[in-house]
Design a protein around this ligand. Structure first.
Ligand SMILES: NC(=O)c1ccc[n+]([C@@H]2O[C@H](COP(=O)([O-])OP(=O)(O)OC[C@H]3O[C@@H](n4cnc5c(N)ncnc54)[C@H](O)[C@@H]3O)[C@@H](O)[C@H]2O)c1
Length: 371
């Protein structure tokens, strides 16, 4: 029985709590877990979350949570700026760690975290939940089996609009202490998805820009503060496998709530996916009868493992919290078997290298190698 310690009770804290609660129901072969202790900045918030999510105890001290002998696994869902300190303390206490993305505000700090994790031999995971979609596993399998022929291009995007209003106040997401802006926040998801499907990105040429130059210091405040992080990143990418592509990350894409997706073309076929319709994958196969050729809509069902762990019937659809449950199920399974499930800290670090290369390219107006 693994004791879970969860730090943070916001958007991702709730998603982690749902996922740990559901993981064993979906994946009966993973170890059972116990919701041991939950932490937030004050006792009232933490106690309320413990009651709501079913944790046995609560605390306002994340330090005591990571040291607690009944905790085996620490999940970190706090703003990016806290990740390094919390991760290193959890590893030092011998706990397996799940940390939300991005791993940390700086590449140097992330390297320290990766090295500490790898020295410890503990299992790590980072919250790239979207690639846990069984249809993306199908897409990756089709690419690697050569079913689309040689891959000729990738057009990826992660666009949302939660920062489109210039009156949206300053928050931890746009405080540069927490690292870059959208390129790390949303860009890390689509860069990770591109790597998941096609492997490493070798070089980038990017335009990374701040569009909304200032924001109110707080909700409805008259005083404004300069924005120093990016709102939009447009990146030309070349993959090590030889094909090229484009990636856009954008948090001011007015009207878009979850346009995370791609068009992937190969000599023999193409795939189209968007998280807005996460239970569908469009497949085009070249050749055949031209009168009936076109995109086929593949609908998620039990034939796409592990959809059937959630529902025996096709077409009933998985949701965001199910992807998070797959992520936690695989993470807890990896702790039991010792076989990594990923994406682990090393993969998050590789994704961050692409982010940093794109920022460097935008500053120098040059192509930059991802080393
Ligand atoms: N995987 C995804 O799809 C996804 C989606 C959103 C956010 N994220 C990531 O998750 C992390 C959190 O984002 P969020 O949207 O949940 O933020 P949030 O603001 O909704 O929640 C953050 C929580 O951390 C708590 N917190 C802050 N400092 C703390 C401290 N010192 N000790 C204990 N608790 C503390 C806050 O009180 C709050 O409950 C970020 O790294 C973000 O990039 C990932």
């Amino acid at each position: 029985m693994l004791g879970i310690g969860l730090i943070g009770t916001g958007f991702m804290g709730k998603a982690h709590a749902f996922a740990y609660r559901a993981a064993l129901a979906a994946f009966p072969d993973i170890p059972a877990s116990r919701l041991e202790i939950i932490a937030d900045v004050d006792d009232v918030i933490a106690a309320k979350a413990a009651h709501q999510y079913g944790f046995a105890r609560s605390t306002s001290s994340w330090q005591s949570l990571v040291r607690d002998p009944a905790v085996d696994v620490v999940s970190i869902t706090t703003p990016n700026t806290f990740h390094r300190e919390m991760v290193l303390a959890a590893i030092a206490a011998g706990k397996h760690v799940h940390c939300e993305k991005p791993l940390s505000p700086s590449l140097a700090d992330s390297k320290v975290m990766v090295e500490a994790a790898e020295r410890s031999g503990l299992v790590t995971q980072v919250g790239f939940n979207y690639i846990k979609n069984p249809l993306l596993k199908l897409a990756r399998d089709m690419v690697s089996a050569g079913e689309l022929g040689d891959i000729t291009g990738f057009r990826g995007i992660h666009a949302e609009d939660y920062m489109h209003d210039p009156e949206s106040p300053y928050s931890w997401r746009i405080d540069p202490v927490g690292g870059p802006g959208v390129i790390a926040d949303l860009g890390s998801h689509i860069i990770g998805m591109a790597r998941f499907l096609l492997g490493p990105i070798s070089e980038v040429s990017a335009d990374v820009r701040t569009v909304i130059k200032s924001r109110p210091v707080a909700k409805d405040a008259k005083d404004r503060k300069d924005v120093l992080v990016d709102d939009v990143a447009r990146i030309l990418v070349n993959f090590s496998r030889g094909c090229g592509g484009t990636i856009e990350a954008n948090w001011i894409a007015t009207g878009r709530k979850m346009q995370l997706g791609f068009e992937l073309t190969g000599e023999k076929g193409s795939l189209v996916f968007t998280q807005e319709r996460l239970n569908e994958l469009l497949l085009y196969k070249a050749g055949g009868d031209v009168r009936t050729s076109g995109y086929v809509r593949i609908e998620a069902g039990p034939q796409h493992v592990p959809y059937g762990q959630f529902c025996v019937a096709g077409g009933h659809q998985l949701g965001f919290n199910d992807l998070k449950t797959i992520e936690m199920g695989e993470f807890l399974g990896a702790i039991a078997t010792g076989n990594p499930s990923g994406p682990d800290f090393r993969e998050a670090y590789e994704i961050q290298k692409v982010v940093e290369a794109a920022i460097a390219s935008s500053k120098t107006r040059q192509w930059v190698q991802v080393k």
